[in-house]
Design a protein. Structure first.
Length: 405
């Protein structure tokens, strides 16, 4: 059996079998004749910022051959929904929750019956709540959760006491430069900071007027931190500079732990970054990555296979094997979309245990900009960067995100 790769090269890969999750869907695939070739394929667009993306593809392709050997996978160019629209260019795609409302309004998320999803109630509640179409259907399937975490040394009682963004800013304004690193390197991230402080209800309303109190709080925070530096075409993670410069704390996604030496990871305390201007907010924002099926798949007669593939992608069998890698150095600290999977990962390291504790708190909200999120962000950029200090720090427009058709 051969797999059709994106560049057109065919590689043979041995199958390693199928887990219990799919035994009810696939029966007795023991032998694949050499003469059997792929006659149909599903075009899959993956989120490009997944760590070890090639390993993810290789493992998914390997496991898929045990599920549906007569249907191939072709990985297509896809950016997670920032610039590309969903047309017949992609059958199954992974996207960020920021675009959930937009995609829902465009009708490009094929509803999936919960009865066709393995253990649907096992998904993280804040993600499941965001994609429930009805009592019996989901608009897409959670695969990963994501949030801005605050990483700091356990003995730093001052940072540990910070309850809101204003507290954190004051601490680092009083310390030597070079102690706090954060991934605030582009206009897009400034706009995310601002909307986080607005709160979920106000984000969904998408207020156009700038709240000056929130704006000033955000601006002071941005000016107090060491922003990430650009190396070539990419920005290094804040965890990279934290480790090199002997920093005291950094703010970033959980997967940034891969840049922190193993000897330091167990010395760090991890919690979600404090939100709120001058007091602790009763909620925390998490992003989510979701797997969706293009409704056009039904015209190709491949909807049953597409449902099997998204089930595989969201399964503990696949996700945990991918996250574990082949050694402790390869462990990926991304939050699995399933509660049971997250609890399994929490048993592996102290760091993952802390991430799990934060993720399973009941006050988590899914970050979703709503149906007109792209228009909102384009308007928000114009308002926020009227400020000369921010315009000087971030001269490049954020229009490369949220391009409108």
């Amino acid at each position: 059996f051969f797999f059709q790769a994106e560049d057109g090269i065919r590689d043979s890969v041995a199958s390693r079998g199928l887990g219990d999750v799919y035994k009810r869907q696939v029966h007795g695939i023991q032998y694949i004749p050499k003469t059997l070739m792929v006659t149909r394929e599903l075009k899959v667009g993956l989120f490009p910022y997944i760590p070890r993306l090639e390993d993810f593809k290789e493992l998914l392709s390997e496991k898929w051959k045990s599920v549906s050997p007569e249907v191939g996978i072709k990985y297509v160019k896809w950016d997670g929904g920032w610039k590309y629209e969903v047309t017949d260019n992609v059958d199954i795609f992974v996207f960020d929750s920021q675009n959930l409302g937009y995609y829902s309004s465009k009708g490009v998320l094929a509803p999936i019956n919960k009865s066709d999803i393995a253990a649907p109630d096992d998904f993280l509640k804040f993600m499941l709540d965001g994609v429930n179409v009805s009592a019996t259907q989901l608009s897409c399937i959670p695969i990963f959760g994501c949030a801005n975490f605050l990483f700091y040394f356990e003995d730093d009682a001052e940072v540990d006491s910070a309850k809101c963004l204003e507290d954190l800013t004051k601490i680092f304004q009083s310390r030597e430069k070079g102690e706090l690193f954060a991934e605030v390197s582009e206009r897009h991230e400034i706009m995310l900071e601002y909307t986080h402080l607005l709160g979920p209800e106000r984000v969904y309303l998408q207020e156009k007027a700038i709240d000056l109190t929130i704006f000033e709080c955000m601006k002071k925070y941005v000016l107090s931190i060491n922003r990430c530096l650009k190396v070539g075409d990419d920005y290094e993670h804040p965890s990279h500079f934290f480790s090199l410069a002997g920093g005291r704390a950094f703010v970033g996604f959980s997967e940034f732990l891969e840049d922190v030496p193993l000897s330091l990871r167990d010395k760090l305390k991890i919690r979600t970054k404090p939100f709120g201007v001058s007091s602790e907010n009763p909620y925390q924002f998490f992003y989510g990555d979701f797997i969706a099926i293009n409704p056009a798949v039904s015209k190709k007669g491949l909807m049953p296979e597409a449902i099997k593939l998204v089930n595989l992608m969201a399964s503990n069998e696949f996700i945990i094997e991918y996250l574990k890698g082949k050694s402790p150095e390869e462990l990926v600290y991304i939050v699995p979309g399933r509660i049971s999977g997250l609890k399994q990962m929490a048993t592996l390291t102290k760091s993952f245990s802390q991430i799990a504790q934060e993720t399973l708190k009941p006050n988590i909200r899914l970050y979703n900009l709503g149906n007109d999120g792209r228009e909102y962000f384009n308007a928000l950029e114009k308002e926020l960067f009227k400020d000369p200090d921010l315009a000087k720090l971030f001269p490049k427009s954020a229009s490369l995100f949220y391009q409108l058709p």
